[in-house]
Design a protein around this ligand. Structure first.
Ligand SMILES: [Zn+2]
Ligand SMILES: [Zn+2]
Length: 396
């Protein structure tokens, strides 16, 4: 294995130019969630050119298999997401988005080109490892219900069935050259809440003749925060934020209804279900007690993301062997969502972070911003590291 790690590193370095070229192509031609047709064709063309057969799944997704020696020994899956965001890019770079209003601002072009690099490496060394690697190029991470959930429904985790799965995502707070891991709960479930509070509008000087939905909605918002502070087990982080309140009255007009919208995030599926149930009861109960009505609706998002502790420990040790201890960092919990979470509830999973930040080069913008970019030195690391994690896991 010692010689294999060196071989993978050297392949990753020598393919870096190709990987960067692929990233530039994808960055210039970004596609929104569930519309990744050109991206799909590009991924297929690259894989086919290296002799890797491809299948389509979830309409715009691609799945491919690389068999080593003794392919039935064990199957490990590697996943990249492929979709872009509705953002107008402000970077003045030669590989700037050519698709107006659409931008790879979450690094999914990096993930896709990196996994292509990984595929090229694994295909090159397939006589030197045992088992099978399943490559998953997934659409629509950014949009509910999430491409991952559709791929799982369409059988991506069957035939052959992976025992574990790895996903890699850029991290704008991790310097280039470093990799981050976290065992156990890592990212949050994300549900959207919509509460319509129905009262009875009228003249602002005659509240006795009205049922004021503004006051009812205010009580609901304040009371709901106490579900987080009083009902939730403090061991599990959870967030409730209402970012929108709309009551279209006037200084002297009480409106008929108020609409509030928010996000509920959790790190425990039992609490997630209980919390939503309690919020619904509370909103309906408060509105009812005050003479109005509340209609509580939930747009269910992704589950929370759990990294299998044993798999993550093994991956971290493998990353240390690949990068050196000083370049492997521990990650904090993050209350954002990620549809890789769906896989983590079906199979042992490890979602880790590729450092792309470089303050000296001014590369500090966050994901989902119009000036997001990466230090492309990360593309010499990402493909090889993922190949090494897969080979290491197949061998364990
Ligand atoms: Zn994103
Ligand atoms: Zn992302």
């Amino acid at each position: 294995m010692a010689s294999l790690v060196e071989k993978i590193k050297s392949l990753s370095n020598s393919l870096a130019q190709e990987t960067v070229g692929n990233r530039h192509h994808l960055h210039m031609h970004p596609e929104l969630s569930f519309q990744e047709t050109a991206t799909q064709a590009f991924v297929e063309k690259q894989l086919n050119a290296w002799g890797i057969a491809t299948n389509r799944l979830a309409n715009t997704g691609v799945v491919a298999i690389i068999e080593g020696k003794n392919p039935s020994k064990k199957v490990v899956a590697l996943r990249a997401d492929m979709d872009a965001l509705p953002i107008i890019e402000t970077n003045d770079v030669p590989y700037k988005s050519q698709n107006p209003g659409v931008m790879h601002a979450c690094g999914h072009d990096v993930h896709t080109s990196s996994l292509l690099g990984t595929a090229h490496i694994l295909q090159t060394i397939k006589d030197e490892f045992e088992g099978t690697v399943k490559l998953i190029f997934q659409p629509a991470e950014e949009k509910a219900p999430g491409g991952a959930s559709i791929m799982i429904k369409e059988g991506v985790l069957e035939n052959p069935k992976p025992v574990s799965i790895f996903g890699q995502h850029v991290a704008t707070n991790v310097p280039v050259g470093k990799i981050g891991f976290r065992e156990g709960m890592y990212m949050a479930s994300t549900d959207e809440l919509y509460v319509k509070v129905i009262g009875k509008g009228g003249h602002g000087a005659m509240p006795d003749a009205c049922i004021d939905p503004i006051v009812i909605a205010s009580h609901i918002i304040v009371a709901m925060q106490q579900i987080i502070s009083r009902n939730k087990n403090p061991k599990f982080p959870s967030v409730l934020t209402f970012g929108k309140i709309e009551g279209l009255g006037a200084t002297n007009v009480i409106p008929d209804e108020v609409n509030i919208a928010g996000t509920f995030r959790a790190m425990d599926e039992t609490w997630r279900a209980e919390g939503l149930e309690k919020m619904k009861k509370l909103a309906e109960g408060i509105a009812d007690a005050m003479g109005g009505q509340a209609i509580f609706e939930v747009l269910k998002g992704y589950p929370f993301l759990q990294n299998n502790p044993e798999l993550t420990r093994k991956a971290k040790a493998a990353a240390i062997a690949y990068m050196g201890e000083e370049n492997v960092v521990d990650l904090d919990l993050w209350m954002a969502g990620e549809d890789f979470a769906f896989y983590t509830h079906h199979v042992d999973a490890c979602f880790y972070r590729l450092g792309i930040r470089n303050e000296a080069k001014g590369i500090t913008s966050g994901v989902h911003t119009p000036s997001f970019d990466i230090d492309e030195d990360a593309l010499a690391i990402g493909p090889g590291l993922m190949a090494w994690l897969a080979v290491n896991e197949l061998d364990s």
